[in-house]
Design a protein around this ligand. Structure first.
Ligand code: CO8
Length: 281
């Protein structure tokens, strides 16, 4: 697999990602593996997890195309759960004002994930329910283990999605399917989530899930860093636009790509029939 040491002109190969009470953060070459680590509560998003995610995404927001990390893989500790939702025990003491603060903070985390210059893959290794499904949908795309399940069960608690599910589920699976899943609170299998387009690929077990996610980051790491970041920015921006504005946005990012050293190197290498070594600028 392509590692940081294979990538030229990168900033320090390893950096300090901070320490967190509820997250494990491990860099392995081009891959940053982030694990929500509260297995006794099925990795539910207690306020501390949200604050840790906020801190970490703040650190990652400082990433640019020159860093060795070329993709983040987000998963949950253990083989049973990715994230089983917001922490229902903590939520049972919330009033509308505190719930709004909690919801907003987690929404800001999801926006930061979408703004990172590298792709984030959700490696869903079990339950992705409520806030867990919403966290996964804030990632660029979702891989799942065969035992994974997905759902927005908030209505069973008298609640509604609050971490972006109302916005992102309909974009992923269409309005009809989003309505059915949110109104019923039904849990669906990894195979069903794959069938409706929520999940890109299903892996037999958790080790092969993580390996699959790492392999995809390695594949991305062979491509131009500035182009991947540019494509992510453009795809996110265009998701909210009509055809004409979307095409305008696309041509803006296409033009920008021509101003990068990566594109000079990439085009020249093709013409000279050799592999490009992208500088990440
Ligand atoms: N919050 C807190 N603790 C949890 C949660 C959770 N979401 N899920 C599981 N746990 C805890 C259990 O209480 C249990 O703890 P303990 O051992 O101390 O009793 C432990 O994790 C293991 O869970 P179970 O014994 O229940 O394990 P099972 O295998 O029997 O069941 C389930 C697994 C089906 C996942 C079950 O735990 C469950 O239904 N959990 C709740 C799932 C859920 O409803 N999630 C959605 C929550 S709502 C939400 O996410 C809203 C997001 C937006 C909010 C915005 C607010 C402003």
């Amino acid at each position: 697999m392509l590692g940081a040491e294979d990538l030229p002109n990168r900033k320090g190969a390893n950096m300090d990602w901070g320490t967190y009470k509820t997250l494990r953060v491990e860099q392995d070459g081009a891959v940053l593996l982030v694990t929500v680590d509260r297995p006794a509560a099925l990795n539910a998003l207690a306020g501390q997890v949200v604050e840790d995610l906020w801190e970490l995404t703040g650190v990652l927001a400082g990433l640019d195309e020159g860093w060795p990390v070329r993709g983040v893989v987000l998963t949950g500790a253990g083989e049973k759960s990715f994230v089983a939702g917001a922490d229902i025990v903590e939520m049972s003491a919330m009033d509308p004002d505190t719930a709004e603060v909690y919801g907003r903070r987690m929404q800001q985390v999801t926006l930061r994930l979408e703004a990172l210059p590298v792709p984030v893959i959700a490696a869903v290794n079990g339950f992705a329910l409520g806030g867990g499904c919403e966290l996964a949908m804030a990632c660029d795309f979702i891989y799942a283990s065969a035992n994974a399940s997905f759902g927005q069960p908030e209505v069973a608690l008298g609640l509604v999605p609050g971490f972006g599910g109302s916005v992102r589920l309909q974009r992923r699976v269409g309005i009809g399917m989003a309505r059915e899943l949110i109104y019923t609170g039904r849990r669906i299998t990894a195979a069903e989530a794959h069938r409706i387009g929520l999940v890109n690929a299903v892996f037999a077990d958790v080790p092969s899930l993580l390996e699959g996610a790492r392999a995809t980051v390695a594949e991305i790491a062979g491509k131009a860093p500035t182009a991947v970041a540019n494509a992510k920015r453009a795809l996110n921006a265009i998701a909210d636009l009509g055809v004409e504005d979307g095409l305008d946005e696309e041509v803006r990012s296409f033009r920008e790509a021509f101003g990068t050293e990566d594109s000079v190197v990439g085009r020249k290498a093709f013409v000279e029939k050799r592999a490009p070594v992208f500088p990440g600028r």
